[in-house]
Design a protein around this ligand. Structure first.
Ligand SMILES: *[C@@H]1O[C@H](CO)[C@@H](O)[C@H](O)[C@H]1NC(C)=O
Ligand SMILES: *[C@@H]1O[C@H](CO)[C@@H](O)[C@H](O)[C@H]1NC(C)=O
Ligand SMILES: *[C@@H]1O[C@H](CO)[C@@H](O)[C@H](O)[C@H]1NC(C)=O
Length: 856
């Protein structure tokens, strides 16, 4: 206080004193020493009862009379007291009494910085479009500071200053204009809310300040286009995917807000068709709405655009790769094909060329072809997709004449697809098979005396080839049998393989023969094979037994001698006979047919031995005549008879005497012959004479009748057609040499062989009436067989009954036969018609050359 007092400017005027005190002085603070300043004594003051007169003013100051000083009675607030008025002073009067004195005192109140700047509102809000241009001004609120002068508002500051700067302008009235200026454009997208602090400071010591908050809300403007997240999107989709499949989802972002940031997507393809395939949804999802085929389009480029509602847009593209699905079967196309192939085609002969395509990709389109197994073909691939089907091994039409070749091609997809074609290939025949006979050799039987031309047997050969190559013809290989060409025995039908006998076969002449038949096919060149055929001729009982002993002649006598002393079982003689047939047909049995005394002799059934069966007695006649029949065992059986003369006598003279009455002398024989010839001549003469007479009578009568009927036609004799006797077939020249050993007890060991010359003398049919029937049968077939058989003398003797029928004909008779044959009728037939069987006296001329053989 002392200090203040000392240094306060002190203005003392007469009667008027001024003091200056700062405001806010505490109570009791000394304002001024008036005693001194007024030059008054303290006593005076006390005596004068000095007091302060303030008028209306509140009592801020009081007077201390004891001390003579003015004191702060009440705290003084200049702002309250004076507001903005300056100077601010309290006007006082001190009044003294005794003398009354009046002193004016002015107390100036000086300002101290006791008030800070303040704003009316605590905050200030702005909404500024982000598009506001720089330099835009925004008026700010002024601050208020109750202090004055230096203590008043001195300056403002705004923080931060990123977008705005403060502009403070002093106005004429000393106030300041506070503005905020946009010096950098706003970006809502960067900073949507900006908060600033405006600070006002005063100039006092210490400086005081006040602040206000400024909130700037940046309003959005569509200043940002949408932006796709990727410049290119990639998607893959399998072909044949279902409609509605999502490929991908694209997205674009827009920094703007609200409606300015609302994005819509669209396909912006210039190719219309794309929009038929793809669609983009609002949320950016790209879906498939059409069909996708890898084989048509392997990838797509879809342009897309994103637009916000302000019309700003961005574009991007989607590259869609189509993934192949194995949805195409391989396609087989036949380029060339042969339907036929020769069976002898060499390996690797191309049959079919074909190509295979599969539009699928990679493995799905990689095709592999194969054919069914176990067929002689193979597939070869020459270049891509080209295949040939070739023969792989030998073909044989005979085992397989046709092939169904199935070619299957499958691709490498999973699952694999395949397709196939079936080709039918015919194998053409090549003549590669020779005819094959059913058997390696044949054996056939034929019964002798067969009909010429009869079929014996059939050979069959087959040929595995086809058609002409399998047409077998049969050819008789040229060989000879006993020097005779085989073709005169048999013939073969070329077509049927039937073997025919050319003529009648005779077992007694040939028992078997063999020949070769060749079967040849019709191929070119032809193939052939041969087979051996053996023909076995079977015997027929066509020969009767022939008695070799005793030798029989018509006119001779042979007698066996039996001594009267012969015992029972005495071997008289043995009949020896043979049969040229064989087997059963040659089994001979001997029986006694007739006998002078049946009780005396028996014939061994098997051996032909004639033995006595009882003791010979004196009563027995010397001449015994036995007729033995020899039969063979054939069916039917044939037989021969032999007459055995037995003389029962003890001595030869006895025999002679007994036999002399027989005209068996040679002379007698000659006489007999003579008489016989004579008789024959007489009979013939008589017969011819009668014939001439009869004919003469007949002619005479006929002439008589012709004259009566004025007819003079000559008589034409009737002759039958010419008949040839020289048939090539059927007559077998036959010479049989009987090498029979006749040693059994035979005193006649000499054989008589029938010479070839004797054939001419005697031709006869050995068969009896049965043979005659056969002749007639054959005759109906227009054939005639003369069997010129064994014409030996003893044979003739056996055949006496047959002679009548079939002995050789006299030349005259032959003429008759020729005449009859000219007539077309068979001689036998003709004879039958005339009812005149052939008479032996007509035909027979023979010699009786036998002789009587005496024993020993
Ligand atoms: C007011 O303050 C600003 C910066 O805050 C300054 O540049 C300026 O000079 C000051 N004015 C006075 C009168 O102090
Ligand atoms: C081949 O096919 C045809 C027709 O399907 C059939 O008639 C024939 O028998 C077949 N051939 C073979 C050898 O399988
Ligand atoms: C029959 O064929 C064989 C071979 O199969 C041959 O050796 C033979 O000479 C042939 N014979 C005839 C008579 O052709």
């Amino acid at each position: 206080m002392c200090f203040i007092l000392l240094f306060l400017p002190l203005s003392i005027a007469l009667g008027q004193i001024s003091y200056s005190v700062p405001e806010e002085m505490p109570k009791g603070s000394v304002v001024g020493n008036i005693a001194i300043d007024l030059g008054l004594d303290v006593k005076r003051l006390q005596s004068g009862k000095a007091r302060i007169f303030t008028g209306e003013s509140a009592e801020y100051v009081e007077l201390s009379r004891e001390r003579g000083v003015l004191l702060v009675k009440e705290k003084i607030d200049r702002e309250l007291l004076c507001r903005q008025t300056t100077p601010c002073a309290l006007h006082l009067q001190i009044i003294l009494e005794n003398p009354m004195e009046l002193f004016r005192i002015t107390v100036e109140i000086t300002d101290i910085n006791d008030n800070s700047p303040s704003f009316k509102h605590g905050e200030k809000r702005f909404e500024i479009s982000e598009s506001a241009v720089t330099g835009s001004k925004f008026v700010l609120e002024k601050a208020v500071d109750l202090d004055i002068g230096r203590n008043g508002i001195k300056n403002y500051s705004l923080k931060p200053t990123d977008n705005f700067v403060l502009k403070v302008e002093n106005e004429a009235d000393g106030n300041k204009k506070v503005e905020m200026i946009l010096h950098k454009p706003l970006d809502r997208e960067k900073e949507e809310e900006i908060s600033l602090v405006l600070k006002a400071v005063d100039g006092g010591e210490p400086q005081m300040s006040g602040t206000v908050k400024i909130y700037v809300t940046v309003l959005d403007v569509n200043d940002n286009p949408p932006v796709f997240t990727q410049s290119v999107y990639k998607a893959t989709i399998a072909e044949n995917s279902q409609k509605g499949t999502t490929l991908t989802t694209v997205s674009a972002s827009d920094a703007d807000k609200g409606i300015n940031g609302k994005i819509s997507y669209a396909l912006s393809s210039s190719i219309d068709s794309l929009s038929d395939i793809f669609q983009i949804k609002e949320n950016g999802e790209v879906i498939l709405v059409g069909e996708i085929d890898f084989e048509r389009e392997k990838n797509y480029q879809i342009d897309i655009v994103a637009t916000d509602s302000g019309g700003l847009s961005d574009s991007s593209k989607i590259i869609v790769d189509v993934i192949d699905v194995n949805d195409n079967d391989p396609v087989i196309s036949i380029m060339s094909k042969s339907d036929f192939i020769l069976e002898d085609s060499p390996h690797n002969t191309v049959i079919v060329m074909f190509s295979v395509t599969d539009p699928d990709f990679s493995n799905n389109g990689r095709v592999n072809c194969r054919i069914s197994e176990n067929i002689p073909f193979a597939i070869k691939t020459s270049s891509n997709d080209f295949y040939t089907l070739v023969t792989d091994s030998e073909l044989d039409r005979e085992t397989a004449s046709e092939y169904n070749i199935t070619v299957t091609c499958s691709d490498g997809g999973i699952p694999s697809l395949s397709s196939s074609v079936t080709l039918t290939l015919q194998i053409s025949d090549v003549n590669d098979n020779a005819p094959v006979f059913e058997r390696s050799s044949y054996e056939a039987y034929i019964v002798e005396n067969n009909t010429p031309g009869v079929s014996i047997f059939t050979v069959t050969a087959t040929d595995a080839d086809w058609n002409q190559n399998a047409r077998v013809s049969y050819i008789l290989e040229d060989t000879s049998v006993n020097g005779v060409p085989i073709s005169s025995y048999v013939s073969v039908s070329a077509d049927s393989g039937v073997i025919h006998a050319v003529h009648s076969l005779d077992y007694e002449q040939i028992k078997d023969f063999y020949f070769h038949i060749k079967a040849q096919d019709g191929g070119s060149p032809p193939l052939s094979s041969n087979v051996t055929v053996k023909i076995l001729i079977q015997d027929q009982n066509d020969n009767p037994p022939q008695v070799l002993y005793p030798v029989q002649t018509g006119g001779s006598m042979v007698a066996e001698m039996v001594p009267r002393s012969a015992d029972v079982g005495y071997l008289v003689t043995k009949v020896v006979a043979v049969d040229v047939d064989s087997g059963q047909n040659a089994w001979l049995s001997y029986k006694l047919q007739k006998a002078t005394d049946r009780a005396l002799f028996e014939v061994g059934l098997q051996n032909g031995e004639i033995r006595t069966i009882r003791q010979v007695t004196d009563k027995d006649a010397v001449k015994q005549r036995l007729t033995v029949i020899v039969e063979d065992n054939g069916q039917p059986s044939r037989s021969a008879t032999v007459i055995v003369n037995v003389a029962v006598a003890d001595s030869f003279p006895e025999v002679l005497s007994e036999f002399t009455d027989f005209p068996h002398d040679k002379e007698y024989n000659d006489n007999l012959t003579f008489y016989l010839v004579l008789a024959l001549a007489v009979v013939s003469f008589l017969f011819i004479t009668c014939l001439v007479v009869i004919i003469s009578v007949k002619i005479y009568r006929w002439r008589q009748s012709r004259i009566l009927y004025h007819s003079s036609l000559p008589v034409i004799p009737y002759y039958p057609p010419r008949y040839s006797d020289t048939l090539g077939t059927g007559t077998l020249p036959h010479v049989y040499n009987y090498e029979v050993c006749r040693t059994t007890d035979s005193r006649k060991s000499d054989c008589k062989y029938g010479g070839a010359g004797s054939q001419n003398m005697l031709i006869m049919d050995p068969s009896s009436t049965g043979t005659m029937q056969r002749i007639q049968n054959e005759k109906r077939n227009g054939q005639r067989i003369f069997n010129r058989k064994h014409s030996s003398r003893f044979r003739f003797a056996n055949q006496t009954p047959d002679i009548r029928q079939s002995a050789n004909f006299h030349p005259r008779q032959r003429r008759v036969r020729r005449a009859q044959q000219r007539n077309g009728s068979h001689p036998c037939e003709g004879e039958n018609r005339q009812g005149k069987p052939l008479q032996k006296d007509d035909a027979l001329f023979f010699t009786f050359s036998d002789y009587f053989r005496k024993p020993n």
